[in-house]
Design a protein around this ligand. Structure first.
Ligand SMILES: Cc1cc2nc3c(=O)[nH]c(=O)nc-3n(C[C@H](O)[C@H](O)[C@H](O)COP(=O)(O)OP(=O)(O)OC[C@H]3O[C@@H](n4cnc5c(N)ncnc54)[C@H](O)[C@@H]3O)c2cc1C
Length: 462
């Protein structure tokens, strides 16, 4: 008799969701976590603390930029950075404690410590070895490093250091114009820092629909962001009061330097599987270090599965969660499924940016005949009322069948609006189905309906 039906290693959104769902399905489950608190990168040093800081600084922006326009007069608040950090930590603590409660409620045993797999069917935590019929690797990811750039988490930081700086810096250089860099850049921009983003590619947010990315860059530039694109960072060196970043412009190979109080390295993340003993076990990895899995999240070693940031696919909390649910179903003898074609991506800046399904560039490359329905938030009464009329909804539908193929939104509430299209895509809906659905007035969601109308006879308010 094994001690557990399932031991999950790692209690991030992939691991804890997997553990809870497996327990719901009647399995005896343990989850190993080496951190002091549950919730993984997401709850401790990722999604949640970054959104807390984005919320606080967005409110500050509203006070400075929009309150007087609405007749709200009076002294402007100033920033107490320590208090803002304490608020962020409270949000983190509330959420991580919440997972502890859910573990107790669902009778999931938390094995505290760093786990390894000495052999299939066994997990070692500290000096104890536990047996399990199945093991799920959900050990997540860590910040990728950049040659010539040594992180100290004080002056030259990853997102983890950027979430907990000792004080608000006057200037920040962000290396990498991806989601994390632009979100944390927004936080410090709103707090008054000069923010310069250096990006290797010629556009920001690689992989995003190009029209949206271009518009996003324009809006951020208007907010005061500086962008240096097509630039390869050579090194970052700590000096007095900050650091110097050296980069080469790809177009002419010329070398330049930038000084900043803080340098944020945001060049992506890499899978973390250190200390598990995968090489000794013979678990196969992909070229880029992810654990290799089949269509059912199984590795090449029987009884060992892997999910989340530790495997291929977008490094997103909800992707990890969906895989956690699905692999729990598989292990319980049911049919787990993840539709990788309908995984939304969101950037929580102001305005928000959200997308699901195919971009225009992908459709062109695949030779799919498509139509575009676009609607600007300028035509949305609610967006205008709250000074957030920048941006648009862009819906892509099959030219022949009208089936929704993708949606890209830049504008207020984009991260929530996108889910209407996720559901539509799951149901194989047409743009007309969305257009014929009554949407409450006045809501931002009317812009989604208008974009769907624009795929047919035309939008009303544009
Ligand atoms: C700043 C930032 C902002 C982000 N914002 C978002 C966002 O808004 N939305 C979004 O979807 N995604 C966001 N992400 C990405 C998201 O955090 C990850 O995709 C998600 O956490 C991956 O979940 P996971 O369960 O695979 O791994 P993780 O959350 O990384 O959890 C893995 C856990 O495993 C533990 N572990 C590792 N090895 C062992 C071991 N041997 N023994 C015991 N425990 C171990 C680790 O301590 C960790 O707690 C953000 C990431 C960062 C860094």
């Amino acid at each position: 008799m094994a001690d557990f039906d399932l031991i999950v290693i790692g209690a991030g959104p992939g691991g804890y969701v997997c553990a809870i769902h497996a327990a719901q399905l009647g399995l005896k489950v343990a989850c190993v976590e080496g951190r002091e608190t549950l919730g993984g990168t997401c709850l401790n040093v990722g999604c949640i603390p970054s959104k807390a800081l984005l919320n606080a600084t967005h409110q500050l922006h509203e006070v400075h930029e929009n309150f007087e326009k609405m007749g709200l007069m009076g002294a402007h608040p100033t920033v107490d950075w320590d208090k803002m950090q304490a608020y962020k930590q409270d949000v983190v603590n509330g959420n991580t404690k919440g997972i502890e409660f859910l573990f107790k409620k669902n009778k999931v045993t938390w094995l505290k410590g760093w786990g390894s797999i000495p052999e299939a069917g066994k997990v070692k935590v500290g000096d104890e070895v536990h047996t399990a019929k199945n093991i799920v690797i959900a050990t997540g990811s860590e910040a990728a490093s950049l040659p010539g750039v040594e992180v100290d988490e004080e002056v030259i930081v990853t997102s983890t250091g950027a979430l907990a700086l000792g004080k608000v810096p006057k200037s920040v250089v962000v290396i990498g114009a991806g989601v994390i860099g632009l979100e944390m850049g927004s936080v410090y921009k709103r707090l008054g820092a000069e923010v310069t983003v250096v990006e290797y590619l010629d556009a920001i947010t690689p992989g995003m629909d190009a029209e949206v990315a271009k518009s996003f860059q324009k809006i951020l530039t208007k907010q005061g962001f500086k962008f240096i694109l097509g630039a390869a960072v050579q090194k970052a060196e700590k000096g007095k009061g900050g650091a110097t970043v050296t980069y080469k412009l790809k177009k002419d190979d010329s070398e330049h330097t930038l000084e900043a109080e803080v340098v944020l390295v945001a060049t992506g993340r890499k899978p973390f599987t250190d200390g598990l003993g995968l090489a000794e076990l013979g678990v196969e990895l992909e070229k880029r270090g992810q654990v290799k899995i089949d269509g059912h999240w199984a590795t090449n070693v029987k009884g060992i599965y892997a999910i989340g940031d530790a495997v291929v696919g977008p490094m997103l909390a909800h992707k990890a969660e969906d895989e956690g649910m699905a692999v729990a179903e598989v292990i319980a003898g049911k049919h787990g499924h993840v539709n990788y074609g309908v995984i939304p991506g969101v950037i929580y800046t102001t305005p928000e940016v959200a997308s699901v399904g195919q971009t225009e560039e992908q459709l062109k490359e695949a030779g799919v005949a498509y139509k575009v329905g676009k609607f600007p938030f300028m035509g949305n009464a609610r967006a205008k009322a709250v000074f957030q009329a920048e941006g648009f909804v862009k819906l892509l539908a099959d030219k022949e069948t009208d089936r929704v193929l993708g949606c890209h939104i830049i504008g207020p509430g984009a991260g929530d609006l996108i889910h209407e299209i996720c559901v539509a895509m799951e149901f194989g809906a047409s743009a007309q189905d969305v257009a014929l659905t009554c949407h409450a007035h006045p809501t931002y969601s009317e812009a989604v309906r208008e974009a769907a109308l624009a795929c047919g006879d035309g939008a009303i308010h544009a």
